[in-house]
Every structure is written in structure tokens, then in C-alpha cells.
Design a protein around this ligand. Structure first.
Ligand code: ZN
Length: 252
């Protein structure tokens, strides 16, 4: 990719290129890193769908989307890649359409299913980075194990009500999800937790930014757990340590 291609100078009719306004932040080399990157997004609902949208907008080369099933009406308070006339259609198909409309240069591969090891492990292997935006802990644990097995960094992004929490798990360097949450949190209920689209969208923006920072080599949340209260806009960040007896990653 040449400088002209990135800036869009090659086509004077097109004016400034698609990524022109971010070039002072990411640079030509950084934009090439984004273009050469593959990011797997597990869950393209309110959080993961927003993350995928901003990754596509930023020019990530390839997205791998993992999500099962079809859109239902209660999805639409937050799942901005879906639409009312898409109720009953598969979420990954609608997500692909929406993302391609925004940026047709992004290659997209999908798995219409849950995080099942046989199907998803080869997809994790293809990715440079994984964003975990699943809604249930069994799938989050499964993805954590797959990422550890394949040596892939995983951005762990979650929200509950007005609270957002995020960390980046780097195999061999940081605690894994099971160090941090050896058991499913008691407050968690499958698909029963409250979600306001503006909150899951903020969490998705944060996850996409954390992904972009990782790909550009900028400091992020590796080894740190960030908690953000969207009611007060206050955040806290704590250093996290490996659990001494974590069977997955604990070598301490
Ligand atoms: Zn661990």
C-alpha cells in the first residue's frame, strides 16, 4: 500500500481518502498494520457489533464474526448492525451486510454458531487478536481456553447495567479470564441482565479502541482490569495478578 493509496490522492475525484482524518494518529505504517490485521469478534450484539463497526471503519483488513442464531425484536435496543426488517435473519449475515456497506474493503468470514471448540479453534488460529464479547460465561471460558491454546491475545470486554469492565489477556504474560473469574459471577444470568444500547455501544467503542491500540503497539489494558461506571463517567484501573494455581495459565 502506497502513501497515495492510503490518503486517497491517487483518485483526485474522491477527495481525501477514507482514512485521511486518522492518519495523523496512526501514521502510514500504522494504517498498514490495521489493514494487514485479522480480528476475531465473538459476539456481534450490542458490544461486539459496535466494536466490529469501528474496526471496519478504521480499516481492519479482515474480521471474523462469531454469533449464533437470528435477530429477534428485543435485540434492537442495542444491536446496531441489525435492523427491524432483518428480524428472523441470521445475525452474522446482517452484520456482514452492514459492515460491508460501511467499508467494502474489509474481508469478512463468519461462523453462525456459538464458541464451539472444533469450529472456532481454526478461526482463532487465523486471527491476530480476539475480542470476547459473548454474553455468557461458558462461552467466555471456552474462548479464553482457545486463545491460551493458540497463543492469541484476547480483549475481554463486558458490561452489566451501567458498568463496563475490560482487560486484555496476553498468553504467558497476564492473568487469564479464569484467573480473574474462577467461577461465573453470581449476578450473571443468561440473557437476563439489563442492557441499554448506549452503554453496550460505549463498551464496544472501548473494545475497538483497545484492539486498535494493541495492533499499533500502544500501551493498553494488558495486566490491568478497567472498570467504568457509565452513570458517573468515573473509571478505576487495578493491576491484576495471575492466580497461583490457575490450571490454564498459572506458572507461578
Ligand atoms: Zn489463568
Amino acid at each position: 500500500m502506497t502513501n497515495n493509496e492510503i490518503h486517497g490522492h491517487a483518485d483526485p475525484q474522491a477527495g481525501a481518502g477514507r482514512y485521511f482524518r486518522q492518519m495523523d494518529m496512526v501514521g502510514v505504517e500504522g494504517q498498514a498494520k490495521l489493514r494487514n490485521a485479522t480480528v476475531l469478534v465473538a459476539g456481534v450484539g450490542g458490544l461486539g457489533g459496535t466494536a466490529a463497526l469501528y474496526l471496519a471503519a478504521a480499516g481492519i483488513g479482515k474480521l471474523i464474526l462469531v454469533h449464533e442464531g437470528v435477530t429477534v425484536l428485543p435485540d434492537l435496543n442495542r444491536q446496531i448492525l441489525m435492523s427491524t426488517d432483518g428480524i428472523g435473519r441470521t445475525r452474522v449475515d446482517q452484520a456482514t451486510e452492514s459492515l460491508s456497506k460501511l467499508n467494502p474493503d474489509v474481508e469478512i468470514e463468519v461462523w453462525n454458531g456459538k464458541v464451539e471448540p472444533e469450529a472456532v479453534r481454526p478461526l482463532v488460529r487465523k486471527a491476530d487478536l480476539v475480542i470476547d464479547a459473548r454474553y455468557d460465561f461458558p462461552e467466555r471460558y471456552e474462548l479464553n481456553r482457545l486463545c491460551l491454546a493458540e497463543g492469541k491475545p484476547m480483549i475481554e470486554a463486558a458490561m452489566y447495567g451501567y458498568e463496563i469492565s475490560m482487560t486484555t489477556v496476553v498468553p504467558g504474560e497476564t492473568p487469564c479470564l479464569e484467573c480473574l473469574y474462577p467461577e461465573s459471577p453470581k449476578v450473571w444470568e443468561p440473557l437476563g441482565f439489563p442492557v441499554l444500547g448506549a452503554v453496550s455501544g460505549m463498551a464496544g467503542c472501548m473494545a475497538s479502541l483497545e484492539a486498535i491500540k494493541w495492533l499499533l503497539g500502544k500501551p493498553g489494558l494488558a495486566g490491568k482490569l478497567m472498570r467504568f461506571d457509565s452513570l458517573t463517567f468515573q473509571s478505576v484501573e487495578i493491576d491484576v495478578a495471575q492466580a497461583p494455581r490457575c490450571e490454564l495459565c498459572g506458572s507461578l
